[in-house]
Design a protein around this ligand. Sequence first.
Ligand code: PMP
Length: 427
Amino acid sequence: MNHSKSEALHEEALKHIVGGVNSPSRSYKAVGGGAPVAMDYGKGAYFYDIDGNRYIDYLAAYGPIVTGHGHPHIAKAIAHAAETGLLFGTPTKHEVKFAKMLKDVFPSMDKVRFNNSGTEAVMTTVRVARAYTGRTKIMKFEGCYHGHFDQVLVAAGSGPATLGSPDSAGVPESVAIEVITVPFNDENAFVAAMDKWDGQIAGILVEPIVGNFGIVEPKKGFLETVHRIAKEKGSLVIYDEVITAFRFHYGGAQTLLGLEPDLTALGKVIGGGLPIGAYGGKKEIMETVAPLGPAYQAGTMAGNPASMQAGIACLEVLAQDGVYEEMDRLGAILEKGLVEAAAKHNVPVTVNRLKGALAVYFVKEAGQVVENYKQAENTDGEKFGRFFKLMLSKGINLAPSKYEAWFLTTEHTEADVLETIAAADYA
Ligand code: PMP
């Protein structure tokens, strides 16, 4: 497969864009280096690079793309927005309609506010939790990524998962010490930390189904304990559903698990491919936000008509019968095929799958489970790097990270999945 145009573009990009990429995860640093493949256009489950190669897309832009590329219903909504006004700086009917749609799906949300990214959404829930409780500390789980604002760049999966020390230069210690980190799925560690910082934790940030070190579901009873202790101690439970909302079914992890957080952050899928974030929660908590209350949050682009109309159109596609069942069916075929291909070649892998999303971990020992960050970290990045490049050479595009999820879309077909399994067998 020829990548000469991508390579030349990367050389040029390096001169103008730091690292040649606009988000570090797009670089191929974690898979042995090289020029990242640059895409030209996408249609359905495929995208095509600037050298003309076709790939089956499992990256899904790190989650947002759930209806494939160039979906006509979403394209029409975006064209309508472009023709009728992209930005007014005033209320519009679209944002009200979309807020109602989200509230219908999430009973935990009495009120919603839109913003522009997952980072912004989570950042605001943290501020609101602090304003509402009058406390400063937040708790998060090791390896969970919640965006790139200061408070959550602590044990965020990209650096040493140590308590209270920042993962990124530029994050002050004074911020990091306000963040308590415990391992996901470790009830004892969670309870001990809640006792230790009794009365100080404003909010507990949770990826209820983790999507940032593969796909990791909560162990039975774990989140129930989080909710129970949080209530006892007066801390808010904040679900970061930026990845999980509308990924596994028409709803969030919370509606799948039957749990109700105090605050929820959304992003990715709900923008239909355009930039978006949103957060919501119980009325008395949300009324802490300006102009009703003292917690400030704003945005020139917040609730912009294009993102609203694209998001509404995306949810309309996803609300159709059978959409998620088909992604689940294809996910099961893919999982089985990948596990069988690995077994055939004596490559130990662990596959975690929930419906149309899965993670393939190159574990060091057969049968190793992955239910927390340390276990995901303890997988073979070098082997994954070789697998990644071989899959790419066969037209299968994965995220260049050893524990990033693979995402199906409504546009993937059984033939695509079988082609993927054949590529994995080769790789
Ligand atoms: N929360 C979670 C769970 C995420 O996965 C991400 C992005 N990967 C974010 C927040 C940040 O979202 P954004 O990149 O849109 O700022």
